[in-house]
Design a protein around this ligand. Structure first.
Ligand SMILES: Nc1ncnc2c1ncn2[C@@H]1O[C@H](COP(=O)(O)OP(=O)(O)OP(=O)(O)O)[C@@H](O)[C@H]1O
Ligand SMILES: [Mg+2]
Length: 303
């Protein structure tokens, strides 16, 4: 484990031989303790919400649009400060963003003017890591996401799936203990998405990082999660937590994945119907009846 604090002062240090990549930081726990958060001038986006994610656990947040999933991720990232309650990392209060908590968003935020490798090395350069060590680390990460062949390519030369893999490699560069992923595969086609789900599961098992993963795709949640956290709206809150006790690696088309997904999807449907009724202010009935939901469908960002 390297210390960023010690390296910040060092300038562009050219160490003689490439250093072997250091051992990885394992996952740490993170939690929300009765957290309420309201954007300025708005009603609470999440109200009195408590969530504990164990070290090395993969938790998926699912729920309708506006239920506060991104808000929770941004609170753990330290980008938002709770209105009341506490957000903890490894039992300590979070005071802002830090390299031990990395975020991957829906659209890979790679710098277009840098090569893939330079993108991955960028946060390490900022942290003052010597060049040789940086080179070793970026190679290790790009190999891990199977992009080593493309290390010299610029983002526009890569497919959307490759860019997301690059973004995952960059997020892992600072060796975070917690990886926060906000609908990272929402813009990708089904096949690419399935491949990347496999990548996330493999990286999760190899690195033992803690992962909080937001998705609208119920099957994706069940395929990936140790625990699915189902969220509701008005205000955003946790409705139910469902442990997914299935062996890994999993497949998206497994019968047991489908079974769990149908259960989660029918709960989401009730919640969506509730919102629609409130908004329509009449006896609105969801087309297709109250229970039939095809959990293979991506429920979309508008659910
Ligand atoms: N920057 C903002 N300013 C004001 N209100 C906001 C802001 N961002 C989110 N909200 C509100 O906070 C609530 C929770 O939003 P959030 O983005 O966390 O939901 P979400 O579950 O991630 O939704 P989606 O599935 O659409 O991404 C919503 O009512 C939303 O309108
Ligand atoms: Mg969101």
């Amino acid at each position: 484990m390297f210390s960023f604090a010690k390296l910040v002062e060092t300038d562009e240090v050219e160490d003689a031989a490439p250093t072997r990549a250091r051992s990885q930081r394992r996952g740490a726990s993170t939690s929300l303790d009765r957290v309420t958060f309201a954007y300025p001038g708005e009603a609470a986006a999440i109200a009195s919400t408590s969530l504990h994610v164990d070290a090395g656990e993969l938790v998926c947040l699912v729920g309708p649009s506006g239920s506060g999933k991104s808000t929770i991720l941004n609170l753990i990232a330290g980008l938002l400060v709770p209105t009341s309650g506490r957000v903890l990392f490894d039992e300590e209060a979070i005071r802002g963003p830090g390299p031990e908590r990395a975020v991957v968003f829906q659209d890979a935020a790679l710098f277009p003017w840098l090569t893939l490798r330079d993108n991955v090395e960028y946060p390490l350069k900022l942290a003052g890591m010597p060049k040789g060590e940086r080179r070793a680390r970026s190679e290790q990460l790009l190999r891990m996401v199977h992009l080593w062949k493309f290390e010299g390519s610029h983002p526009h030369q890569l497919s959307g799936g490759m860019r997301q893999r690059g973004a995952i490699a960059r997020a892992l560069a600072t060796d975070p203990a917690v990886l926060l992923m906000d609908e990272p595969f929402a813009a990708l086609d089904a096949q690419t998405r399935e491949i990347l789900q496999g990548e996330v599961e493999r990286i999760f098992q190899e690195t033992k990082k803690t992962i909080v993963f937001v998705t609208h795709n119920v099957r994706e949640a069940v395929r990936l999660a140790d625990r699915v956290v189902l969220m509701g709206t008005r205000p955003g809150r946790i409705l139910r937590e469902i442990a997914i006790d299935l062996p890994r690696p999993r497949r998206i088309d497994e019968e047991r994945v489908a079974w769990f997904a149908a259960d989660v999807a029918s709960e989401i449907r009730s919640e969506v119907e509730k919102i629609a009724k409130e908004e329509a202010d009449d006896a609105w009935v969801a087309p297709g009846g109250p229970v039939h939901v095809d959990p293979r469908r991506n429920l979309g960002s508008g659910i």
